[in-house]
Design a protein around this ligand. Structure first.
Ligand SMILES: *[C@@H]1O[C@H](CO)[C@@H](O)[C@H](O)[C@H]1NC(C)=O
Ligand SMILES: *[C@@H]1O[C@H](CO)[C@@H](O)[C@H](O)[C@H]1NC(C)=O
Ligand SMILES: *[C@@H]1O[C@H](CO)[C@@H](O)[C@H](O)[C@H]1NC(C)=O
Ligand SMILES: *[C@@H]1O[C@H](CO)[C@@H](O)[C@H](O)[C@H]1NC(C)=O
Length: 182
């Protein structure tokens, strides 16, 4: 009897995360979902849309933020990933009708992103806002303003598509560093 109670407590502490922050989704599903997202983004390319120098994005890709975060705590890394996915979702909510993307592909992409965000969010627990990265938020804010400034053009959306692809690559690296079975 005692053993069973002990066992139950042990299980409970395992699944409630504790400090080890176990995340089954990250270990078992994340990679597959992220790869599917990348495939969809690949398929959305329209080769006749060629951005010119005038379309160049106003802001550099935040490699430095990813670099800093790769050395941060498990929780910080996970929060960072969730924040990126949320911001990507927000960007694609803007008017992208000129991008001539198949709406079904965009929807499928967004559904995968929502699922990833939702499942990873579960692994983090409460007070997620305290860990938010302000510089990352600022970067996405600038991107969003840039899309508006460029009149939501097909060219600017092509650049954004590539930018998002790069984010998913870097998010993939960050997530891999957190997987307990890699
Ligand atoms: C676009 O170009 C890439 C590389 O040049 C090529 O692999 C791809 O098949 C092209 N896509 C379409 C739809 O033409
Ligand atoms: C980020 O780290 C990579 C590899 O460690 C390095 O090559 C790159 O220069 C760094 N970038 C920035 C902006 O810190
Ligand atoms: C989105 O942009 C297109 C092209 O500029 C425009 O025709 C359409 O009305 C816009 N849609 C919304 C919901 O604002
Ligand atoms: C690709 O873009 C061109 C011009 O921007 C547009 O005319 C064409 O319909 C697009 N192709 C597809 C498959 O959406």
């Amino acid at each position: 009897m005692m053993n069973r109670i002990l066992f139950a407590c042990l299980l409970l502490s395992l699944f409630s995360g504790g400090s080890s922050l176990s995340c089954r989704w990250l270990d078992h599903k994340f990679r597959q979902y992220n790869e599917k997202c990348l495939e969809l983004l690949d398929a959305m390319v329209n080769n006749s849309t060629k951005p010119s120098e005038d379309d160049e994005l106003d802001v550099d890709f935040p490699h430095d933020l990813y670099n800093q975060t790769s050395k941060a705590s498990t929780r910080h890394r996970l929060v960072f990933i969730v924040q990126v996915l949320k911001e990507v979702f927000k960007l694609l909510e803007k008017n992208h009708s000129l991008a001539s993307w198949e709406e079904q592909s965009v929807e499928n992409f967004l559904n995968l992103v929502i699922r990833q965000t939702h499942e990873l969010r579960h692994c983090i627990g409460s007070h997620i806002h305290k860990w938010k990265n302000d510089d990352l938020a600022k970067y996405f804010h600038t991107l969003s303003n840039h899309i508006t400034k460029m009149g939501h053009s097909a060219e600017v959306w092509e650049l954004i598509r590539e930018e998002i692809q790069l984010h998913l690559f870097r998010v993939h690296q960050l997530a891999s560093s957190l997987m307990t079975n890699n």
